[in-house]
Design a protein around this ligand. Structure first.
Ligand SMILES: CC(C)(COP(=O)(O)OP(=O)(O)OC[C@H]1O[C@@H](n2cnc3c(N)ncnc32)[C@H](O)[C@@H]1OP(=O)(O)O)[C@@H](O)C(=O)NCCC(=O)NCCS
Length: 163
């Protein structure tokens, strides 16, 4: 059974393993960023209580940075490949957004590969963010810190009215 709990230091290798197992989604600099951002910002994991530790015990993760009193950014999020498309990402995201909203966050941002890239794997990712209420508000190319050839689509979701 999958449950959602706060990400702890011991989860970082499993989160990085999920990233490394998806080279079609994540460039080779991402594992290092995920390690640093997990330590700096924290987040949540989908924990599989039925799995043996180090082997599928973390089914997904989200790393979230608080950018201001009312603003946050989902820096990284992924579900273990065999478990995608079954609602686990939705459950993880909803949990994170509920906690953020309760803590005063009004607007959440996520950056993903922009549709102008025409790179097939990220069509599903953009569909996911769109279905979850995230709105494309900008495209930044090149985005500082991202590898060349990866235009960034900037998406935002409101957790409550801001005016
Ligand atoms: C993006 C990701 C975290 C979503 O998690 P998931 O468990 O696969 O997502 P869910 O099963 O909860 O899907 C939720 C929604 O996305 C939509 N969706 C998912 N895959 C889709 C696809 N290929 N085409 C169209 N819609 C899709 C579903 O229709 C569903 O919508 P609904 O809830 O309104 O029915 C996961 O697929 C993943 O790890 N992808 C690779 C890494 C990645 O892209 N990370 C994000 C980088 S910005």
């Amino acid at each position: 059974m999958l449950t959602i709990r706060r990400l702890c230091a011991g989860d970082v290798p499993a989160a990085v393993a999920i990233v490394r197992a998806s080279p079609d989604f994540f460039t080779d600099d991402v594992p290092g960023h995920v390690e640093r951002d997990c330590a700096r910002h924290g987040g949540w994991v989908l924990a599989d209580s039925g799995a043996v530790a180090d082997s599928g015990a973390v089914a997904g993760f989200a790393v979230v940075a608080r950018k201001s009193a009312a603003g946050a950014e989902i820096l990284w999020m992924a579900v273990d490949r065999p478990r995608r498309g079954r609602g686990h990402g939705t459950a993880l995201l909803n949990h994170a957004l509920d906690v953020l909203a309760a803590d005063g966050v009004s607007v959440v941002q996520v950056k993903t590969l922009d549709e102008s890239s025409d790179y097939a794997p990220y069509r599903a990712t953009r569909a996911f963010w769109g279905r979850k209420g995230f709105v494309h508000v900008d495209t930044i190319d090149p985005l500082p810190g991202w590898q060349p050839g990866n235009p960034a689509g900037i998406y935002v979701a409101a957790l409550r009215p801001t005016r």
